[in-house]
Structures are given as C-alpha cells and as structure tokens.
Write a new protein. Sequence first.
Length: 457
Amino acid sequence: MRSARFALLCMLPVTLSCSSVDLHREPVVDPDLPPTGFSALFDGRSLDGWWGCSTEDPRAWQSLPAEVLAAKKQESRDDVAAHWSVDSGVLVNDGEGLYLTTDRDLEDFELRLEYRTVAGADSGIYLRGCPQVQIWDTTEAGGKWDIGARSGSGGLWNNSPAVAGKEPLVHADAPFGEWNRVRVTMVGERVSVWLNDRHVVDHARMENYFDRNLPIPRRGPIQLQTHGGEIRWRRVWLREIGPKEANGILAANDREGFTSIFDGSSFAGWRGATQNYEIVDGALSCRAGAGGNLYHEDELDDFEVRFELRLPPGGNNGLAIRYPGEGDAAYVGMCELQVLDNTAEQYATLDARQYHGSAYGLVAAHRGYQRAPGVWNFQRVRVVGSRIVVELNGTRILAADLASVTEAMYPIERFAGRLRSRGYFGFCGHNDPVAFRAISVRKGDVRSETSTLQGSR
C-alpha cells in the first residue's frame, strides 16, 4: 500500500510539469482581430461607419453646415449600397461608384489593411481625403508601366515629379492575385508606407492634390478608392497617434547632422537677456512679465533648427532669425518668426502676417496646425539664402523667399535686415512664459527640401 501511494506521488510532478508547459505556450492570435491599440474601421459585417465620396477637396464639404453635410452623406449611401458589399468578412467593391469614406475625420494615425485586386485594376488609399497611396496591377500586361506601375504600388502617386515619395523605394507587391499588407503612418503631412513589410515611402511630405500651395488638411477621412476593377479589403485597422508620439516620430526621422544647443539645465552658450528667462523641467522659458532677446552664440548663415515649444493661453514670443545681436529682431534681423497662440481671443483681429509661423509683418503662415495651449508642438525651420521654410507638427506652414517680398505690414524699408545672410538664432520674449526644449541646429548644406520652394505661400 505504501508503495502504491509512493508511486502515485512520484507521478504528480510530471503531471504538473506538463500542465505548466501548456500554460506558458504563446496565445493563439486571431488574425482578424485588431492588434493592441488599434480599432477596426470595418467591422467585417456591415458598412456602418462609412459613407461615399468621390475625389473632392475635403475642405469644401467639411465647411458645409452640419445638416447639409449630413444630407450629403445620407444621399451617398444608396450609391455605396449598389457597389460595395460584404462577403465572408471581406469588403468588396465592384470597381465602380463612390469611394468608401470614414465618418470619422482623423489627424495623426497609423493605418493597417490588406487588399487584393484584379488584372488591370487601379486603386488607392486617400489620406485625410487627399489622393493617394497608389494601388495597381504592376505587371506589364496591366498596361500602366508608362505612368509608374513598373515601380510598384505604395507610392504617393499624386506628388509632383521628382518629389520624394512619388516613386516607391522598392517594388514590394505580392504575386498578382494574392493579398497585400499595407501599413501607413501619417504625422502632419509626413507619410511613411510599408507594403508587405517593406519600406516603400520614408517620411515623405505628401502634397495637396487639390492645391499644391496649400498644406494637407489637418483632419480628414480615410477613403478606399474604386477605379474600374474589383478590389477586396480586409483587416482595416486604425490607431490614432497622440502629440507625444507624433513629436517622437518627427524627431527620429531627421537626426543626422543636428547638434544640441541647449543642455536643459543651464544658459551655457546663450547670450542676451538671460536674466529674463528661466529653466524649468529641462525647458527654456521666458519669465512671465519679462522679455527681450535671448540668442545662441554661434553665428549662422544657412541652417536648420528644430525644437519643441509649448504655449500658455494667449502666449506670445518669436524666433530671431539671423539676428545681429542687438536691436529689434523683426526689423534688423532677417526676420522674427512669430510664436503665438493663434486661438486666443485677443488676437482674433491681427494682420495675417502676425500669426504663428509667419515672418512677422512680411509673409503669413497657414493657420490651423497648432496644438492646443499647454501641449508640446514640434517645429522645424530651414533657412537657405533669402528663403525660409517653417514646418509645424509635420506640416509645412510657411515657404517664402523674403527677397521677393515687396509689400509688408509696414513700409518695406522698415524691414531692413530681411536680406541678411548671417546672424544668430534666438528667442524674442514678449512677457509670456512660452517654453522651448530639445533645441538643436544643423549648419551648412540644408538645401534638400528648400530647393523645391515655389516662392512665398
């Protein structure tokens, strides 16, 4: 009896060990469920959450009164029902009709989906309502080699010739007739695309098809284009990207050649009104009720600067560009780039050339791309000769040649320094605790994107 009990006890560790192994197996992941952090734009059963729209400037319909837009969406659903269907959890379009369009307007996001199409087809994915991440039959038999199909799908096909992103970096299409996996990240106008896990667009600026002098809208829908051939879509998943992650993406995609000019703890290397600024939590901030110009000791000709900035409600400051070291930077320097809470009521009636990102008094920047007061923004400024580009949160809001400016907010002669070719970079405090951090500069050859300027905005 003792032997039997002993034998039984000896068996227990083996049984428990086997059970332990089972408990530590990798969980089975359902490929039809969104990954952690993503939500399904297509629920696999219905067209809920979508309406129909063609190639239309989203700014036009976004400006409609709410009841008119609601009627437009409702009217589109008959067309959607005629050309879109759901087949065993897959979204199917017959090649005709309006493009399936999300009810939700999106800002920064990561989109994942899979598609499969037919011979000769030509389609795409509209980002914030703008065309497009290109999808097509990339075989020679498809008949579109002469317009770019030879290079593959995934490119930003509506970008101008020779502009980054138009041509995919590699041909990554799956064998024709198989499912293709697409991943897109969009931060501001900056788009990256992976097709079947291969990087085909690398942080390229997406041009606005509807007006290349305007930036992409800050918010807009995802659209699935139809273009003459059946296309199937599945696993359409989305994850919205918040400001902190967006700033990290923007910073990570252009590190080469930049040198920090602010150590986060001291005024080492800075001159001017140091007594009117303070350092709080690693950020440089103008003291409330104080002001003056604080500038870095390195004199610059062509350069690029990037940093994060945070505005208090009603905050006002400025960037001194090629400042000579004394005087009012807006007039004796190349310019003062305005730093301003555009949403503040007290600034509602300013001249357009006084809002955030503008070359103060000279050229107006585009508005609508600033984050709410209290939230960190990411900004880049590129200066080459008399030309200047400002990119805020991934969107180009100013592209101007100050040498071509003939009319200003004041007599043009007052802006005597606008053609300066050398000077200091700094901040123009105007009594508000505007904060800056992660400040770095790249000197010398920074012409890569500035050379594509078409004059002022």
